[in-house]
Design a protein around this ligand. Sequence first.
Ligand code: ADP
Ligand code: MG
Length: 250
Amino acid sequence: MAELLTIKNLRAGVEDKEILKGIDLSLGRGEVHVLLGPNGSGKSTLMNVLLGHPKYQVTEGAIEFEGEDLLEKAAYERARAGLFLSFQSPEEIPGITLENMIRTAKQAVTGEKVKLLPFRKALKAAMEELQMSPEYAQRYLNVGFSGGEKKRAEILQLLMLSPKLALLDETDSGLDVDAVQVVSAGVARFQQENPDSSVLIITHNTRILEKLKVDKVHVLMEGKVIEEGGPELIASVNDHGFTHLLDAEG
Ligand code: ADP
Ligand code: MG
């Protein structure tokens, strides 16, 4: 069967600066891939380009999602096609509650009216799962949330929206050990509930991966994928760092 996502020779950047310098990466249905790489290697840029962030220009290459050209689609169409991005730094949005935001997003991506009562019930259950207190549903999105609460709110969106491809950009960064466990359990639950959906996860913290079955690891450096392998690559990077991969490559 065709891959869910195929990136071919992708070059992209901002203004005159090229950040992604020819990325090739593919991901199958139901798979969990990890994207590793030092700070500034272009990981977040890749996620933003996949979601169609207007700040980034694609200068070369192709992205296919379920066999369709993703680059032709606007950001909202990509969300509707089944992509979801959890941001490295979630924004605070005064004036819209967490519940309202998720319900509106669900209506937008499914194109169907989401009935309030069943939605509330599902939301409550997912919040319990993530050890979030139910009153957060009625608070303005991320306003006054701690770092850990913002990340839980991201995973809550993931569970409620059930995308085909979840892009998680350092969802675990800045979290204490307990919060990492909760986030990691949330991602594992997403996988169980959506076995055909795929996850591309950027992390510096291997703890989040303990509950997940990782299929493939890609290492990004200076805008290129310099190494690919199985989960054993994570341990190798942990033990030896990124630069030895460059040395090995010669
Ligand atoms: P990573 O997520 O791997 O740490 P990023 O994708 O955030 O890396 O950044 C890669 C490089 O591109 C960095 O040098 C960063 O400064 C630059 N960059 C990313 N986004 C922008 C932007 N919007 N404007 C200018 N430079 C950017
Ligand atoms: Mg980043």
